[in-house]
Design a protein around this ligand. Structure first.
Ligand SMILES: Nc1ncnc2c1ncn2[C@@H]1O[C@H](COP(=O)(O)OP(=O)(O)O)[C@@H](O)[C@H]1O
Ligand SMILES: [Mg+2]
Length: 342
């Protein structure tokens, strides 16, 4: 019996492109339990959104292909579900906040109409609500995200709201009906940093209050540090390191995680970080072996030919890197001793 709320096993997602299949998600494993908070962190373009859109099956499946893997939500494989079952999941169990609030809101309907639709959609087979009940629920949802004068906001169209307000409305819509899992895809990235920080705090307070599990997606380790209990580091469609937030910050192992760590601004100063040299690779012709090898300062021959498996280095801390395998340490030691003799 599987006790995880969501259990992603060896998920692969490919896009059909004119150049061939782009193998964007490459064997992702991830679990989250009820009420927990995890972060998925990686540079832009490393496949975070694609992974989560696969979970909700909202990719256009004529263009996206999911050749392998299982996505178990409460033991039910989402990849095997029929459309009606999928709708049920989207209606009652999982909601997602998208990266771009303007794109998520429909410009031709008022905010009120859009919130009412979400409530009615989730209640479709329960008792339908009358206008008064819908309005009361919507007003409470808008108050929860600290927008003043909710009665007026219900009558507004999205273009009459600021970016921060739109993002709050998206959060209100995602949480207006009870959900077990909320996927927040870089909420607030399109906003300035002070508003972004408020949005993150608000999100955290709301998921705590409603005991919703949270998957927070971001490109910045600094952002998730205060928000989640466990972090998955993703690079080019692979999960390369998993640890609790404290452990990851204390003891980052993967060279990519360390590179990301260097990008977190420090209060003590130190100037602009060097960042990580190079780019996320081409997914149509992915690098054989470790996908990070072309950018890795510690690369060895084996890294270019063989894919490193996830290795548990201490309890709850796993990393996919040959540096932490015995054979690599042995090879490295031999090379060093040859170097010393020369
Ligand atoms: N519909 C699509 N068709 C082809 N390639 C896509 C599509 N959507 C995303 N990609 C590619 O997949 C890769 C990962 O994108 P994405 O999942 O959006 O990454 P992230 O969310 O980490 O920034 C990128 O190289 C992107 O160009
Ligand atoms: Mg994204």
């Amino acid at each position: 019996m599987n006790e995880h709320l969501l259990d992603i096993r060896n998920l692969k997602t490919w896009y059909r492109t004119y150049q061939g299949y782009a193998q964007v998600v490459d064997g992702v494993n991830l679990t989250i339990d009820a009420g927990k908070k995890i972060g998925i962190v990686g540079e832009s373009g490393c496949g975070k959104t694609t992974t989560m859109k696969s979970v909700l099956r909202v990719l256009d499946e004529r263009k996206a292909y999911l050749p392998e893997g299982e996505i178990l939500f409460k033991n039910q494989n989402i990849l095997k579900m029929r459309e009606t079952e999928l709708q049920q999941i989207r209606r009652k169990n999982i909601s997602m906040i998208s990266q771009e609030p303007s794109a998520a809101l429909n410009p031709v309907f008022t905010v009120g109409q859009q919130i009412f639709d979400v409530i009615s959609y989730s209640k479709q087979d329960d008792t339908a609500k009358n206008k008064k009940e819908l309005t009361d629920i919507a007003i409470k949802a808008i108050r929860d995200v600290f927008i003043p004068d909710p009665e007026r906001i219900l009558e507004c169209y999205p273009h009459q709201l600021s970016g921060g307000m739109k993002q709050r409305i998206c959060i209100a819509m995602a949480l207006v009906t009870p959900r077990e899992l909320l996927i927040a895809d870089e909420p607030g990235t399109a906003l300035d940093v002070t508003i972004q920080d408020q949005i993150h705090r608000l999100l955290r307070a709301l998921v705590d209050e409603k005991q919703t599990a949270l998957i927070m997606i971001t490109h910045s380790l600094g952002v998730v540090r205060e928000l989640v209990d466990q972090i998955y580091v993703m690079y080019a469609g692979n999960i390369v390191e998993v640890a609790t937030t404290n452990e990851l910050f204390k003891n980052p192992l993967h060279p990519y995680t360390r590179g990301l760590m260097d990008c977190v601004p420090r209060l003590s100063g130190g100037g602009i970080s060097a960042g990580i040299y190079g780019y996320v690779p081409d997914y149509v012709h992915p690098t054989p072996g470790c996908r990070f090898s072309p950018r890795c300062p510690y690369v060895k021959e084996i890294c270019r030919v063989q894919k490193p498996l996830m290795l548990e280095v201490s309890e709850g801390h796993t990393v996919a890197c040959f540096r932490y395998t015995d054979s690599f340490t042995e090879q490295h030691r031999q090379e060093e001793s040859i170097g010393e003799r020369a």
